[in-house]
Design a protein around this ligand. Sequence first.
Ligand SMILES: N[C@@H](CCC(=O)N[C@@H](CS)C(=O)NCC(=O)O)C(=O)O
Length: 229
Amino acid sequence: MRSLLYTTGSPFARGVRVVLDEIGLDYERLEETTTPSAASRAEWTPALQVPTLRDGDLTLWDSGVIAEYLLATYPQRAGDDPALAPSMWRAGSEWQDRLLFASIQTLGTAATTISQMRWSGVRHHGNSHLTRCAERIAHLIGWLEERIDRDGEGLFGKVVSVHDIFLTCHLRFIANRPLDLDTRLAAHPKIGALVDRMEDRASFRNNPVLWWEPGITGYEADGTPIRAS
Ligand SMILES: N[C@@H](CCC(=O)N[C@@H](CS)C(=O)NCC(=O)O)C(=O)O
């Protein structure tokens, strides 16, 4: 059986869950709402991070590796029109596509670092490393905006790419937490339109991003946060 270990809020895990839906693959959902002990995570991965996928005898972690494996192993597509691209790297622009994806994941890491530190009591405004993370996000968004040709189209044009999926997950993660981070999507209309179009796909609606702040311990079936009393 295929299984995915993930936390409710992880944007990296949301990207993998969306890819699984776009391909139409069923899997056991091992969802965690809190971070378990290191020993428990280490049973899955020495990185102690989610998402981690088990598919038969194979255990994979790191969302980009998992997404590349899924696209390469399962050629079928069950998503909306336009369907998910056949691979993460287009013939003739492999290095540009790899650079794009690495930059999107760098944006995600900057956002989750700011988030993790916020819950440890360190806000980005008062910390030089986290301020640089926020500046990195702003610069990457500006750079990515230049890599989209038309409003609403993705980084691969009309085709839906894993890049579009992960960029949307990272930006919506930022929007759904009280991080004091403004992604200024009004000033980046092509990315703004792309995010709106992606969130409208069934694969995104099936894997919603939920509001989270300290004290939220779970969710009602409709996504309403449950707060510790
Ligand atoms: N490079 C990893 C990053 C994954 C990551 O940062 N996961 C976070 C959740 S968003 C995590 O597991 N954090 C728990 C921890 O660091 O202990 C990937 O792409 O999968």
